[in-house]
Design a protein around this ligand. Structure first.
Ligand SMILES: *[C@@H]1O[C@H](CO)[C@@H](O)[C@H](O)[C@H]1NC(C)=O
Ligand SMILES: *[C@@H]1O[C@H](CO)[C@@H](O)[C@H](O)[C@H]1NC(C)=O
Ligand SMILES: *[C@@H]1O[C@H](CO)[C@@H](O)[C@H](O)[C@H]1NC(C)=O
Ligand SMILES: *[C@@H]1O[C@H](CO)[C@@H](O)[C@H](O)[C@H]1NC(C)=O
Ligand SMILES: *[C@@H]1O[C@H](CO)[C@@H](O)[C@H](O)[C@H]1NC(C)=O
Length: 330
């Protein structure tokens, strides 16, 4: 081939890539169609400006493609100016493993029902938005889900008991919503281990289900609800729980009857109606944080361990607790 023929070939190739930019495109055309439809549904927001029909969607911001199948496997929209509801189109990205809408105060409406179709979904976060409606029952169909975060939204209604059917769940974050009703009994019978249970800052009421005695969470945060009755079943000597926050509820039980796991490093039960005395066992724990203030505790603060290293505000406003760091017992 002479130089002339070669340069014609080069020019021809150059023109054909300009005219047909999709020749080397990795993006699946169906995924691209769906994403462009999602962009239109959100009214072409600036945060999706890189979503251009003539560019490979595997190179767009806020999405990623699987390295070999090149199907869209992640859609993550974070802290942008985005308004409206989650479009039904999100359910038409069948290979999605990660779906995240985070810090989008103008995102409203319900958690889109078409999300139920995303059978490969592992990570679902819709948090710090203004989505409303209930925590949908359909979430229990997402059998591959390992992480569920619906915190800091406007969700109402009760927690569906079917969430316990999820076999691979690592954490549930439903904190900072307006959820009402009880913690489902089924939360003591998760089909998976669930290291983290975060339900704080809601309006949950009723007793803590006795079934929770069976669960060994790493972290339990039930603070700032209206939960009543006995919470001692959260503890247990053969659990491996590290952090328990039950503060600002209506809990009423005898703390001296609770058996604390050796692993416990943080315990906050302030603002309840907890009675009894502080068990000596607390001196054997490697506590980094303790707050039992604003309860109905009595008796001497056991001497030893970390107990005298905490501020008096960890203990104040009880019925008759005494001893260091509070005033000495008479
Ligand atoms: C939300 O919408 C309001 C009213 O349209 C607008 O003023 C504001 O900038 C938007 N905020 C964000 C973060 O999109
Ligand atoms: C979103 O939530 C914030 C804080 O809760 C609120 O101030 C704002 O008005 C809400 N925006 C919309 C569009 O609902
Ligand atoms: C769920 O996860 C398993 C194990 O990672 C995988 O084999 C299976 O294909 C996944 N199911 C779906 C529907 O993606
Ligand atoms: C330890 O846990 C097992 C299973 O959760 C339970 O059956 C057993 O009664 C517990 N033992 C004690 C001493 O709490
Ligand atoms: C314990 O909780 C009470 C009530 O919220 C608070 O005033 C106090 O500062 C807390 N103490 C510590 C050491 O955090």
């Amino acid at each position: 081939m002479d130089a002339h023929a070669l340069s014609i070939l080069c020019i021809t190739l150059l023109i054909s890539t300009l005219v047909h930019p999709t020749i080397s495109e990795l993006c699946n055309p169906e995924d691209k169609r769906v994403l462009l439809q999602i962009k239109r549904a959100f009214n072409d927001p600036y945060i999706l400006a890189s979503w251009k029909p003539d560019a490979d969607c595997c190179g767009w911001y806020c999405v990623s493609c699987h390295p070999t199948t090149h199907r869209i496997n992640s859609l993550t929209i974070f802290a942008g100016e985005l308004s409206g509801q989650i479009p039904p189109g999100v359910g038409d990205l069948p290979y999605l493993e990660t779906l995240e809408f985070h810090k989008l105060s103008n995102l409203t409406g319900p958690l889109q029902p078409s999300i139920a179709k995303l059978k490969s979904l592992k990570f679902l976060r819709v948090s710090w938005t203004n989505i409303s409606g209930s925590v949908p029952d359909f979430l229990s169909q997402l059998k591959n889900l390992t992480f569920l975060d619906l915190s800091f939204n406007d969700l109402t209604g009760s927690i569906p008991s079917s969430l316990s059917l999820l076999p691979n769940l690592d954490a549930i974050h439903l904190d900072r919503n307006k959820l009402t009703g009880p913690i489902p009994d089924s939360f003591g019978a998760f089909h998976s281990k669930v290291p983290g249970l975060y339900l704080s800052h809601n309006q949950l009421s009723g007793p803590i289900p006795a079934s929770l005695a069976n669960m060994d969470f790493n972290v339990v945060d039930l603070s700032r609800n209206k939960l009543e009755g006995d919470a001692s079943i959260i503890f247990g000597s053969n659990k491996t729980t590290q952090s328990v926050d039950l503060s600002r509820n209506l809990l009423e039980f005898d703390l001296s009857k609770a058996e604390f796991p050796e692993s416990l490093t943080s315990l906050d039960v302030n603002h309840n109606k907890i009675r009894g005395s502080l068990p000596t066992e607390l001196t054997t724990l490697n506590l980094q944080y303790l707050n039992v203030s604003y309860n109905r505790l009595c008796g001497e603060i056991p001497v030893g361990g970390k107990l005298q290293s905490f501020d008096y505000t960890s203990y104040f406003h009880n019925r008759c607790l005494c001893g260091a760091p509070l005033e000495s017992c008479k």
